[in-house]
Design a protein around this ligand. Structure first.
Ligand code: GLP
Length: 256
């Protein structure tokens, strides 16, 4: 894993945006895995400001709440169109987000996996992290080999996400999420985490043992993962000075 620690979330977001923009410029038909939550919001704002050509870009979102229609203001469909897709020239046909209203969920999940394969796999997967280490909605004890499927949210995640809904009671109990195995198939994983409340989950994911109790720790198996952190989210890392040194001394050809 490459750990990039920046003084602020804004600076870390800027470097991450440069990385994504570089990919879109180099490969106009890139397949991107998208994430929701508050963490990638600034990244999407930066990408919009860069006025890239999204016409051929294809996207697959990580997850969606079950029972939530695309028009629901808290649906991840709505989030993506509001914060990114609606502001760039992406072709609607190239956007895939799990269908929270799917009648046959296992069938839908199998077809989602098939569509990712048919697109040639995901070039770059954007990830946030839950305070319990979840990626996508793969809660603790998710199989590290899991594929797209239905999951039940933990009480902690429902509490964490209640701020987006009117109240905790309105947060759905179920979701459809890419599995950890699906995420690990992406050619590059880019995890962003900002703020002190993510420090423990990050320390466990990066420096702890690989365990389904912290699903993000599975990224230690991935050959190319870049983790963007602000100082607060890096607070509990034991080797943070080493990660800083590595980043500051990258050979020129490796710089982002
Ligand atoms: C949700 C999403 C995750 C996201 C997490 C963290 O649970 N399904 O993809 O990483 O929230 O959200 P935030 O970035 O708002 O802290």
């Amino acid at each position: 894993m490459e750990i990039i620690i920046q003084p602020t979330a804004a600076r870390a977001t800027c470097v991450a945006a440069r990385l994504l923009a570089g990919l879109i410029r180099k490969k106009p038909s890139a397949v991107l895995g998208m994430a929701t939550g508050s963490t990638p919001l600034a990244l999407y704002r930066e990408l919009v400001a860069l006025k890239l050509n999204w016409r051929k870009v294809r996207t697959f979102n990580l997850d969606e709440y079950v029972g939530t229609s695309p028009e629901h203001p808290q649906s991840y469909h709505h989030f993506m169109w509001e914060n990114l897709f609606g502001q760039v020239n992406i072709d609607k046909q190239n956007v895939r987000i799990p269908d929270g209203l799917a009648k046959d969920i296992p069938k839908f999940c199998a077809s989602y996996e098939k569509q990712i394969r048919a697109a040639g796999g995901i070039d770059l997967q954007v990830l946030g992290i839950g305070t319990d280490g979840h990626i996508g909605f793969n809660e603790p004890t998710s199989s590290l080999a899991s594929r797209t499927r239905i999951k039940t949210l933990t009480p902690q995640t429902r509490k964490d996400n209640a701020r987006f809904f009117g109240s905790e009671a309105e947060v759905p109990h179920h979701c459809i999420t890419m599995g950890i195995g699906t995420i690990l198939d992406a050619r590059h994983c880019v995890l962003l985490a900002f703020g002190r409340n993510k420090a423990r989950a990050i320390a466990e994911a990066v420096e702890g043992p690989i365990t389904s109790m912290n699903p993000a720790s599975a990224l230690q198996f991935h050959p190319k993962t870049t983790v963007f952190l602000d100082e607060a989210a890096a607070a509990e890392l034991r080797l943070k000075d080493y990660y800083r040194w590595v980043y500051d001394n990258k050979p020129d050809w490796q710089k982002i």
